[in-house]
Design a protein around this ligand. Structure first.
Ligand code: BES
Ligand code: MN
Ligand code: ZN
Length: 497
């Protein structure tokens, strides 16, 4: 797919399809006015006839005659007062969804001059171009490598996006959006790959591939023997029942000064979560292939960083393991010693994410981090609390929590903070060890975060519970690519600071 920016007047644009915005209320953007003029008032007629209402994310595709563009796609962009970045993204998504169906090959997208006005999120042209670039890559994604018949190629081959100029600032913004979308697509590819292929050593190979493709990424893979030597008995207790050995995957990007402390991302990489001896019920268990969604999100963010090369330092640590029941599996009641020295009574082998993360979080200390953010499909309870709209956020640092919240708003990839109060810690008291790995039914996401907080006291830390946001279920089953946009925005907010 070819994506370019253009500041040429619409009347002379050469494309098989022109895409313009019609708001429900408010003034037409300049490009819509230009298109209507070139069409002799045709857009106005479509509104009069009721074929176009401007309702946000509605679309109408009309073939034209005698125009330099033989097709017009009209996208409703809602009322000016309602046009938050999130609503504008919905309109973009609808437009790209239409384009994906064909029939046009070369498309001119004239949506950039639609202002984002709803709420506080007024954005610059650069921010809109970034959102457009991201949505193009994100929505044109397909995952078909496991079908015996090759999917026919998309008709669409070229998208030209309107801009007021094609200078470096606007081009960089658009390219950042495209790179973010490609990062999301890597995350989706990893998540959607079946668990008989995507196991811990396969994930490690993907890291080596990323390092091969991008000189700026260095990788180091620790095997079970090395992890044992480090005392990662909590992490290893999760892979104990699996024929697939665990891996600790480390990737480093050093784009900043040598003395700049790195931002560390830690990903939960359970390539399949059966629950172990505390076996999960069968229904929908296939979706536990997405239990490496945290790891996949880290990969996506690292790829975007590698492509855009900002002046910051980023380290990724992925705890990859498969949680299986077997004769060698960990039992409920087993006690293990974590790398931190704290002992853990494992009362439920299905609360395995925290067991792999705690050792990865202890390992993260060696990088002397500026901040540590972990991402994990950690609890079903966060889906009960927040559904699939917001990622759960927990943090031991007010400023870090505020930064992540703001990044999520800007990136249309929102988080909502939940408490980490000491009041909840006693739910983890164990009669036999320093702590147990479950805190009972009340506030399951909070007690999971409380468990992690016992391993993150030495640095500024945030935990993102992405169990509700990393993938879609049902007919649209598939990885979402979240929270790559959030992470990229967050990491880039440190450039030059
Ligand atoms: N990977 C799951 C969390 C999960 C469940 C994510 C369903 C998305 C959908 C995690 O390992 C898990 O099993 N958590 C348990 C914890 C419980 C045993 C304390 C849960 O949420 O039920
Ligand atoms: Mn589990
Ligand atoms: Zn899990």
């Amino acid at each position: 797919m070819n994506f370019t920016l253009s500041n040429k007047p619409l009347a002379t644009a050469k494309a098989d399809c022109l895409v313009v915005a019609v708001p429900e209320k408010g003034d037409w953007p300049e490009s819509t006015r230009q298109a209507d003029e070139a069409l002799g008032g045709f857009l106005g007629e479509l509104i009069k006839s009721g074929d176009v209402t401007g309702k946000n994310a509605s679309t109408l595709s009309v073939p034209l005659t005698k125009q330099s563009w033989p097709r017009l796609l009209v996208v409703g962009t809602g009322a000016d007062s309602d046009r938050s970045a999130a609503n504008f993204r919905k309109a973009l998504t609808a437009a790209v969804g239409q384009l994906k169906e064909g029939p046009s090959k070369q498309v001119h997208l004239a949506l950039t001059d639609t202002p984002i006005t709803g709420g506080d999120d007024e954005t610059s042209e650069a921010a809109r171009l970034s959102l457009i670039g991201r949505t193009l890559e994100d929505q044109l994604y397909r995952f078909s490598g496991f079908k015996s018949e090759k999917a026919p190629a998309l008709k669409l081959t070229k998208v030209t996006v309107s801009a007021t100029g094609t200078g470096k600032a606007l081009k960089d913004a658009f390219d950042l959006g495209l790179a973010t979308g490609r990062g999301m697509n890597l995350t989706k590819d990893l998540g959607n790959t079946p668990p008989n292929v995507c196991h811990p050593s396969w994930l490690a190979e993907q890291a080596e591939q990323l390092a091969k493709d991008h000189e700026v990424i260095k990788t180091e893979i620790l095997d079970e023997k090395q992890m044992k030597k480090l005392g990662m008995h909590s992490l290893l207790s999760v892979s104990a029942g699996s024929a697939q050995p665990a891996r600790l995957i480390v990737m480093e990007y050093r784009g900043g000064k040598a003395k700049d402390k790195p931002h560390v991302l830690v990903g939960k990489g359970i390539t399949f979560d059966t629950g172990g001896i505390s076996l999960k019920p069968g229904e929908g268990m296939d979706e536990m292939k997405y239990d490496m969604g945290g790891a996949a999100g880290v990969f996506g963010a690292m790829q975007t960083i590698a492509e855009t090369k900002p002046a910051i330092n980023v380290v990724a640590v992925i705890a990859a393991a498969e949680n299986m029941p077997s004769g060698t599996a960990t039992r409920p009641g087993d006690i293990v010693t974590s790398m931190s020295g704290q002992t853990i009574e494992i009362l439920n082998t299905d609360a395995e994410g925290r067991l792999v993360l705690c050792d990865a979080l202890t390992y993260a200390k060696r990088f002397d981090p500026a901040t540590v953010v972990d991402l994990a499909t950690l609890t079903g309870a966060v889906i009960v609390a927040l559904g699939s709209h917001a990622t759960g956020l927990f943090s031991n640092d007010e400023a870090l929590a505020a930064q992540l919240t703001a990044a999520g708003e800007r990136a249309c990839d929102r988080v909502w903070r939940l408490p980490l109060w000491d009041d909840y810690q006693s739910q983890l008291d164990s009669n036999f060890a320093d702590m147990q790995n479950i805190g009972g039914r009340p506030a399951g996401s909070v007690t999971a975060a409380c468990f992690l907080s016992r391993f993150t006291k030495d640095y500024r830390w945030a935990h993102l519970d992405i169990a509700g946001t990393a993938w879609n279920s049902g007919k649209a089953k598939g990885s979402t690519g979240r929270p790559v946009p959030l992470l990229v925005d967050y990491l880039l907010s440190h450039v030059g600071k």
